[in-house]
Design a protein around this ligand. Structure first.
Ligand code: PBG
Length: 324
């Protein structure tokens, strides 16, 4: 059927009709809200390059996440700023480390909140790389053991799910084994399976103070030019025991989200990262775009591409908008 018999505009004439045939919906319970935790007491400081996002001390966490729960956002992902950094990132798995304390505090105050932790070393190493160094190179196999120890320490603190973001080869299997050996077989792994070496992480690195002190992350994070490699990375993680596959960043990689959704039957997560958030904020602050509409359209595009779960700094704002 072609024009004039078929007229697509017929079904766009009213708001009710448009909503009747709408294919994609956003819902608060599919968002994960990232929270940066820092040492100290009664601290809640705004991150300059991420307006509306705060670094909070452990004692402020319960309040920060209560706001999420009240808005129907059931999950948070934690990133930690340790008191001290060292070459091996030992703060990442310290029993009384910042994340371990944060997890205990949150599970104690809000048992119903789903607490996810980022498992990586870059926030804990003094050189800012995601693994430990041998001869100034990030050593894959030596890093695996530290990552597994880190994930295990999060599990012992009571975390609901771990999310390794380091991009070392073989880390999913290593973490799965460490969890299983210690009776944490029911804790799922959300793998940052396809994580690109992206310039969109800039504001996050300010927030978490984790920019590499030399070189860059291109020897472990993926080349933005590659898409078939994404399938290989995801296949490996599935075989090693990942429960959820993540693509990161989101908007510049919608094709990758869509590919993974077609190829795999695991839930797909997408990380709408700091730079993607900051760009909208900056343009909106200049009055160049309508923030609400652009936020909605952006998150909708991520969902439409195939993401089941979206990690976003906009979680609270979009949840508020969806309530209206
Ligand atoms: C840690 C990590 C990073 C992000 C999430 N986990 C930074 C990086 O890899 O450099 C970025 C998230 C964001 O930009 O919002 N490896």
């Amino acid at each position: 059927m072609v024009f004039p018999e078929y007229r697509p505009r017929r079904m766009r004439s009213t708001a009710s009709f448009r909503s009747l045939i709408r294919e994609t919906h956003l819902s608060a319970d599919q968002f994960i809200y990232p929270i940066f935790v820092m040492p100290g007491k009664k601290i809640r400081e705004e991150i300059p390059s991420m307006p509306g996002v705060f670094r909070v001390s452990v004692d402020m966490l319960a309040k920060e996440s209560k706001e999420c729960l009240d808005l129907g956002i059931n999950s948070v992902i934690l990133f930690g700023l340790p008191e001290k950094k060292d070459s091996m990132g030992s703060g990442a798995h310290a029993k009384d480390g910042i994340i371990q304390r944060a997890v205990r505090e949150l599970k104690n105050k809000h048992p119903q909140l789903m607490v996810v932790t980022d498992v990586c070393l870059c926030e804990y190493t003094d050189h800012g790389h995601c693994g430990c160094l041998i001869d100034k190179k990030v050593d894959n196999d030596a890093t695996l053991e530290i990552l597994a120890k880190t994930a295990l320490s999060h599990a012992q603190a009571g975390v609901d799910m771990v999310a390794p973001s380091d991009m070392m080869d073989g880390r999913i299997a290593e973490i799965r084994a460490a969890l299983d050996e210690n009776n944490f077989e029911s804790i799922p792994i959300m793998s940052y399976a396809v994580k690109y070496a992206s310039a969109f992480y800039g504001p996050f690195r300010d927030a978490a103070d984790c920019a590499p002190q030399f070189g860059d992350r291109r020897s472990y994070q993926m080349d933005p030019a590659n898409s078939r490699e994404a399938l290989r990375e995801a296949t490996l993680d599935v075989d090693e025991g990942a429960d959820i596959l993540m693509v990161k960043p989101a908007v510049a990689y919608l094709d990758i989200i869509s590919k993974l959704k077609d190829e795999f039957d695991l839930p797909i997560a997408a990380y709408h990262v700091s730079g993607e958030y900051a760009m909208i904020k900056a343009a909106a602050a200049n009055g160049w775009i309508d923030e609400e509409k652009v936020m909605l359209e952006t998150l909708l595009s991520i969902k439409r591409a195939g993401a089941d779960i979206i990690i976003t700094y906009y979680a609270k704002e979009i949840a508020k908008l969806l309530r209206k």
